[in-house]
Design a protein around this ligand. Structure first.
Ligand code: URA
Length: 239
């Protein structure tokens, strides 16, 4: 890992702003390898030093990873002129990281959004070449049928140059409800796929992104850090 400034280390490890980090350092609360360090710009190698604040030892991560359970009514982007964005749902401790959503859900779609400040990972996961699986729960105005399962497996015409890539539709006992797994991310993709089959999506919720499942304990609008295992699953193919 590259060397980092002490103020960046503190703000990242303690989820505080840069200026709060400056205060902690200048007041002498921060120690590097056991010695108080008041130089906010001191460069250090996070893998080689031990850093404490008021005696508590700190861990530094270069990047940050979160999952949000998106409610409807929020735009999945970092800013919007008209509507509230998901960034408004983030607590202050998370807001100052430069995180952004990995891909977009529609304003009226619920569920799993991954947020990170690791641009390289986001780019990798969103690349059309990667075909990352995304699983959704959906409800439609009309019942879905075995023919729909077959059509979606073959690919349907949503007005793009090519048919959609194979998608897996698992219809529930109540045939107006189903799970669908897609490996693309075109604008309104699922709504357009169902429309091509004569159905209107009336509820849509993302429940899984690649291997990461929406945490059932996460309330709508809540965010939590990804676990080390979840982060490793996202990074596994990047090397
Ligand atoms: N497909 C859609 O139609 N909308 C979403 O938000 C995600 C996938």
């Amino acid at each position: 890992m590259a060397n980092v400034r002490l103020d960046k280390f503190i703000s990242s490890a303690m989820a505080v702003t840069r200026s709060e980090a400056h205060t902690l350092i200048r007041r002498g609360y921060v120690a590097v390898d056991g010695k108080p360090e008041r130089d906010i710009g001191k460069k250090l190698d996070p893998e080689k030093v031990s850093v404490t604040c008021r005696g508590e030892s700190l861990n530094y991560s270069e990047y940050h990873y979160f999952m949000l359970n998106k409610p409807d009514g929020y735009i999945c982007s970092t800013e919007d002129m008209r509507d509230p964005t998901i960034m408004e749902l983030l607590p202050d401790s998370v807001k100052h990281f430069d995180i952004f959503p990995v891909g977009r859900l529609d304003k009226d779609t619920f569920g799993l959004v991954i947020l990170t400040d690791n641009g390289e990972l986001a780019h990798f996961l969103l690349s059309p070449k990667r075909h990352v699986d995304k699983r959704y729960y959906l409800e439609t105005d009309l019942p879905m049928t075995e023919n729909d399962v077959i059509s979606l497996e073959k690919g349907v015409d949503i007005g793009e140059k090519r048919l959609t890539l194979p998608a897996r539709l698992e219809i529930c006992e109540d045939n107006n409800k189903a799970y669908i797994t897609i490996c693309e991310g075109k604008f309104h993709q699922i709504k357009r796929m169902m429309e091509s089959l004569g159905k209107k999506v009336i509820y849509l919720e993302r429940v899984q992104f690649d291997e990461i499942k929406l945490d059932p304990d996460l309330e709508r609008g809540e965010i939590r850090e990804l676990t080390a295992q979840e982060i490793a699953s996202l990074l596994k193919n990047m090397a």
